[in-house]
Ligand binder design. Structure first.
Ligand code: SAM
Length: 222
């Protein structure tokens, strides 16, 4: 049976409509339909993610992985002027996202991709509201592959609810990325930021803490 996370869900009866909501300071409109994620309203997880996301002003490019009808990518383009790619495995979601870029007067590259299979670029920012219902194997693979599609100082940001396994997802991300921070928590959702490397300040902190411990041990000896 086709689901919102299936490639072939164009067989689901169509019932198109337009919904509108405010994303932070942006008033956005979306064509939605049966067979796509959160077709009737602004998903709570996406809302929490975008309320905590602070985009580095040096960033120029972003990937909205599993874009659905396009909320994240369209917001990133509108609010931050990022050059955005938006991909989904679901054909109907891709068609809706394409129409929604026009509806919100932005341009973006929107195309089908099973995870990263059709992605040929790297990005400053990759954002994912993971397809929980598709299963852990699918979105853990997305976590693993994401690091290969990030520019050197890039960030991978996800949102996940505690009841959907936020703690194990954070542990999994810790096996892939060196630098993980929880940048926000609300209504059970965790927004997790992952970077390839520790920042210079974190390295200094680690060294200073080690030094303090050494000084403490040294002083205690005398
Ligand atoms: C939780 S929804 C998020 C949709 C949208 N980003 C949002 O926040 O409203 C996850 C999306 O991932 C897509 N998806 C599922 N499996 C995928 C895969 N293997 N490759 C790409 N996208 C996938 C689903 O079709 C769905 O649109």
């Amino acid at each position: 049976m086709p689901h919102y996370f299936s490639a072939d869900n164009n067989t689901i009866k169509s019932n198109p409509k337009v919904i509108a909501f405010r994303v932070n300071n942006e008033d956005l409109k979306f064509n939605t339909d049966h067979g796509v994620f959160s077709k009737d309203n602004y998903d709570r997880g996406t809302e929490v993610l975008l309320s905590f996301l602070a985009v580095d002003r040096k960033f120029r490019t972003a990937l909205d992985l599993g874009c659905g009808y396009g909320v994240i990518g369209i917001y990133l383009s509108k609010a931050y002027g990022l050059k955005v790619d938006m991909v989904d495995i679901n054909k109907r979601a891709v068609e809706l996202s394409k129409s929604n870029t026009e509806l919100n007067s932005i341009t973006a590259d929107v195309y089908e991709s099973d995870s990263f299979s059709n992605i040929k670029k790297t990005f400053d920012l990759i954002v994912l509201n993971p397809p929980i219902r598709a299963g852990k194997e699918i979105y853990y693979k997305m976590f693993e592959e994401s690091i290969n599609y990030l520019n050197e100082n890039g960030e991978f940001i996800i949102v996940i609810n505690k009841k959907h396994g936020a703690n194990s997802a954070i542990n999994k991300l810790g096996t892939i990325y060196k630098n993980i921070s929880i940048i926000g928590k609300k209504r059970g959702f965790y927004v997790v930021q992952c970077q390839k490397w520790l920042t210079i300040w974190q390295i200094c902190d680690t060294i200073l803490n080690c030094q303090n411990t050494r000084i403490f041990v040294f002083k205690s000896l005398f």
